[in-house]
Design a protein around this ligand. Structure first.
Ligand SMILES: Cc1cc2nc3c(=O)[nH]c(=O)nc-3n(C[C@H](O)[C@H](O)[C@H](O)COP(=O)(O)OP(=O)(O)OC[C@H]3O[C@@H](n4cnc5c(N)ncnc54)[C@H](O)[C@@H]3O)c2cc1C
Length: 377
């Protein structure tokens, strides 16, 4: 692959550091965490010590880098097929929300411990009754003197079991629909806040995805994040970054698994020939290379524009739609070239094939991405 001009030398040095962290601290244990359905909190502390969390935030609140550093953490986890590690939701969503919309007091209260991996972040928007249509949420935060009373239920929440801090989207003015939603920071341990068991998913098993319950939780007014009734627009602003993160994850995963499949098919023999030598294999791999190369150019362009603060919602939707749909298609073809070994969980391709499926759903489904793109036509 040609050198990627979006990254500077300091980014590439950081990539080496992240790659070592993944090799030493994650890969040896990943199968155990998949069986456990959760990643231990101790890993987060090690990631914090290594400067892998809150990469984009200034050193008082993070690792003092830029979004290029965040992209490298995402890419290296994806290259290692560790799609269940929830660092990006923590750093690039929850911490990012707090940094962007929080008061000085809120930043100081939560961000240093999040940068250190001592407090893990989750974001709770989806509910059992609604996901794509966020304005229909029913979780309610009712003002009560100088407090809010939070009641409702959230589901499919990444990092839910581990979370020490959850940013919750709730309705503050039910009659106003999308213009009546607000964000709240809810700390673990508050009376009335409880978590369900880790949900049994078909993939991304190392990720602790949970239901969360709020039973008349008393929230001090200083738990409101950003402006009252502006929650929907705050979320919409941040979704551009979230969707780019998902697209970057898909792009890096495709490239790594393509390389792995080239290596596998060069080794594996059938009928006295390498699987790589069949024209079908070579054409499948050539198609995968040409598509992923095209995707890389667009993703790096989006990344460069995001680093300059210029990526818009439509191009982020185009990136997510194309990258995740391509990820699904190509991983299916690459798995086929592994034969039965492709279906075994010990092979990265099989795990990644299942893990990839969620990426066309979360962060806004492919259908919602098409709606966003179509609206711009
Ligand atoms: C592994 C995983 C992790 C997740 N992590 C989080 C998290 O951390 N926080 C969080 O808040 N949520 C999380 N989610 C939830 C995720 O964001 C939602 O599942 C997603 O937004 C879709 O919502 P839904 O499941 O309610 O599906 P629905 O909204 O019910 O959609 C069902 C189907 O209808 C389609 N559809 C809906 N509206 C339209 C439309 N207007 N036009 C055309 N088709 C439409 C959808 O594309 C989908 O195919 C996670 C989900 C998964 C699977």
């Amino acid at each position: 692959m040609p050198a990627r001009s979006v990254f500077r030398d300091d980014h590439e040095l950081f990539r080496e550091q992240v790659r070592r962290f993944v090799a030493d601290e994650i890969l040896p244990h990943y199968a155990t965490w998949e069986r456990d359905g959760i990643t231990p909190r101790a890993l987060w502390k090690r990631a914090g010590d290594a400067g892998l969390l809150n990469c984009t935030l200034p050193t008082t609140f993070g690792a003092g880098g830029d979004f290029g550093h965040a992209a490298i953490v995402i890419e290296e986890l994806a290259r290692a097929s560790c799609l269940g590690i929830g660092f990006s939701i923590h750093s690039d969503m929850v911490s990012s929300y707090i940094h962007r919309y929080g008061s000085d007091a809120q930043r100081e209260r939560w961000l240093p411990s999040m940068a250190a991996g001592e407090r893990i972040g989750a974001i709770a928007m989806t509910e059992p009754g609604t996901g794509s249509d966020l304005k229909a949420i029913r979780t309610r935060a009712r003002p009560d003197g100088d407090h809010y009373i939070l009641s409702g239920q959230k589901t499919f929440i990444t990092n839910g079991a581990n979370a020490g801090l959850v940013v919750v989207l709730a309705s503050t003015e039910p009659d106003l629909g999308a213009r009546g939603l607000s964000l709240f920071c809810v700390e673990e341990g508050l009376p009335g806040f409880s978590k369900g068991p880790v949900l049994e998913k078909i993939g991304q098993h190392a990720q602790d995805t949970c239901e969360l319950f709020f039973d008349d939780v008393v929230l001090p007014a200083d738990c409101l994040l950003g402006e009252l009734n502006q929650g929907f627009s705050h979320v919409a602003n941040e979704l551009t970054q979230e969707r780019l993160c998902i697209a970057l994850r898909a792009g890096a995963s495709i490239e790594a698994l393509l390389d792995e499949t080239v290596a596998y098919t060069r080794e594996r023999k059938t009928f006295g020939r390498r699987v790589f030598d069949y024209q079908n294999t070579r054409f499948q791999l050539a198609d995968a290379r040409s598509q992923s190369r095209m995707l890389r150019v667009f993703l790096d362009d989006c990344l460069a524009r995001h680093m300059d603060g210029e990526l818009d919602e439509v191009d982020a939707a185009i990136a997510k739609l194309n990258a995740t749909e391509m990820h699904g298609r190509l991983l299916d073809a690459l798995l086929q070239l592994h034969g039965g070994y492709g279906y075994m969980s010990e092979y990265a391709i099989g795990r990644a094939w299942v893990d990839a499926r969620a990426m066309r759903i979360y962060g806004g489904s492919s259908e919602i991405m098409r709606e966003i793109i179509a609206r711009s036509l």
